[in-house]
Design a binder for this molecule. Sequence first.
Ligand code: FCB
Length: 472
Amino acid sequence: MKFADDFVFGTATASYQVEGAHDEGGRTPSIWDTQCRTPGKIKNGDTGDVACDQYHRWPEDLEIIKGLGLGAYRFSISWSRVLPQGLGEPNPEGIAYYRELCRSLKQAGISPVVTLYHWDLPQVLEDRGGWTVRETAYAFADYARLMARELGDLVDVWSTLNEPWCSSYLGYASGVHAPGRTEPLAALQAVHHLNLAHGLAARALREELGDEVPVCLTLNLHVTHPLTDSAEDIAAARKIDVVGNEAFLMPVMEGVLSPELVEITREVTDWGFVQEGDLELCHQVPDILGVNYYSTSTVKARQEGEASTSGGHGETGVSPWVACDDVVFLPPEGPLTAMGWNQEPDALRRLLVQVSRRYPGQELMVTENGAAFSDEVSSDGQVHDPDRVAYLRQHLTAVAQAVEEGAQVTGYFLWSLLDNFEWSWGYQKRFGMVRVDYETLERTPKDSAKWYADLARSRDLDTVGEDWVAGA
Ligand code: FCB
């Protein structure tokens, strides 16, 4: 099975997870800096203060990407680095940093794929209500416009938001992510204001850059199986589909607030914060719909007296699934990754095919896929990560199959280039195809990096890695 010559093989990171330099170059704190300073929120008390120090070491990382022969690097901009007050006066030093990064990537033949928001809201904006208020959506659009003006000549794909599901439900309902709030109403307000932010920003980008430059929105679409084919279990799975997926897909792709969502959440809100004309503003179909995919869930309807569950995302004990107390998440079945997530590559194929049938002609990219495993450095100084190689092989096969079935998938971004700060898990979970030694910040490409480079070169899943995986 071969990938087309123009299929993009890339890799991804996010500012707070890799940059470090938290108080350098005029950057102000984001909600993640605050979250990391709140006792008990992050495993081991880890912070992104230094992270992978990409802010200083990006030339080395660029060389690694280039050496692997990858065509694109998806990274995110730290909003508070370029706009320390969230809005208003830009910070030239912050802008210069990203200009230099983009310019050097382009020179090396690597496409910059820029995410404007990968969860690190400037703390000053959270202090004014964060995503629960509509002003934040307008501030985001201004920030997007500024970036389009400053970097428009260098960026190949503009992504507005990364996984607004996490920003809203994990940030404001379960509190496992920043800003760590546990208010169901706030989470639904955040859902709407994030959709609005996407719409306003996409419009600003298109006004500034014209229609030639693709705008992307990245969603973590949830694949949820009902445990049985009973009507109750099917309804439970549909509920998760509505709260997890339709909440974002319908406003952005169709300009509609899901009536099922309104019905499910009616005890929390009447959605009165959705103002007239808002859905039209949200309705900015992205040129590329980014799909982040890692695993699936199985659910059933909760029986009388049975405890409700959080769906694997609620370390705080509060579920992110607003208004879904009657849904029970089953423990995932092995083999699991180090995150405790199941592996179901074929669900990625089905998801991509399903989305393209629903939105015919829609270009898709897998903007994140990958796995954490507890890999170690071997006595030969190398990192042999056969589990990750197998995971990648299976999921890339699923992508190739989806393409064969007609899905217009044009790229795949491996999460992640580097081991990095994995949010509430701190540095414990290693997703990188390149190992980072957090004492020395030394980078060591793992076997999976070599495998992926081999695939990017040959584009052929049938022959990739044969030379060395067997003998490794
Ligand atoms: C996704 C995030 C990314 C990373 C992976 C493992 O939800 O977008 O930053 O943490 O999960």
